[in-house]
Design a protein around this ligand. Structure first.
Ligand code: SF4
Length: 222
């Protein structure tokens, strides 16, 4: 085991000890999750869910969402912000899925291994590596640790990657070092840790159980 693998394993053990081992709750629908992820950009979970529910109230099937006049769809999801961009993106993604899979469903994704699914999906405009890996981890239980804004920030503060490493590069650099079978628990634990302790602004360093592991110059002394 190399140095980075050891450091990630040590951090994971502390995260699980303090916050619990996160269990995958079981399969869910990949397309629902993908559209929710598009809606979630630059907003909170509450507004995302309200936009999603409103959209499906007016257009109860993905076929209807895909074929809706774009400005009407934009109205339906306005509460989540960036509604013009999001409505166009959602419809473009739905059209692509229909063309690629012959149906408005992502159930065939289960036939793709992780690398093939990532390559296929990220070739589409508006679908990034974080989105695909979240969908694969959450809906299919794939052993991946997606790098969102929290994981990215913490990985840099713990110096798992260099400070200037992008989120996408961070995902690829960490991937071989994530303990087997622990992608979900590591991701969910880092998310919780990032929301409650290692926040972007005003991290609670004095309460931090990863203080000894942290290599950030600006961490607050104990
Ligand atoms: S010591 Fe502070 S900056 Fe470092 S991981 Fe803990 S909360 Fe984050």
């Amino acid at each position: 085991m190399n140095n980075l693998s050891v450091r990630i394993l040590e951090a994971l053990q502390l995260l699980e000890k303090n916050q619990g081992e996160k269990q995958w709750p079981g399969p869910s629908d990949a397309l629902d999750n993908l559209i929710l992820t598009v809606l979630s950009q630059n907003t909170n979970d509450n507004l995302r869910d309200r936009a999603y529910n409103r959209m499906l109230e007016i257009y109860p099937s993905w076929e209807e969402v895909m074929n809706a006049p774009t400005e009407k769809l934009e109205d339906a999801i306005r509460i989540a912000g960036l509604s013009q961009q999001k409505s166009e993106r959602i419809q473009a993604i739905l059209r692509w899925i229909k063309q690629e899979f012959g149906e408005l469903s992502l159930r065939q994704l289960k036939n793709y291994n992780n690398d093939a699914a990532i390559e296929l999906m990220t070739a589409q405009k508006g679908i990034g590596i974080k989105t695909v890996t979240v969908v694969l981890m959450i809906t299919l239980g794939r052993d991946l640790c997606p790098v969102d804004t929290h994981v990215h920030r913490i990985a840099r503060r713990l110096a798992w990657v260099d400070w200037n490493t992008t989120a996408e590069k961070t995902f690829w650099q960490l991937r071989p070092h994530v303990p087997t079978g622990k992608g979900h628990s590591l991701h969910m634990n880092l998310l919780q840790f990032g929301r409650t302790i290692c926040q972007a602004r005003k991290p609670r360093c004095r309460d931090c159980f990863l203080w000894d592991q942290c290599r950030w110059d600006e961490k607050i002394p104990k």
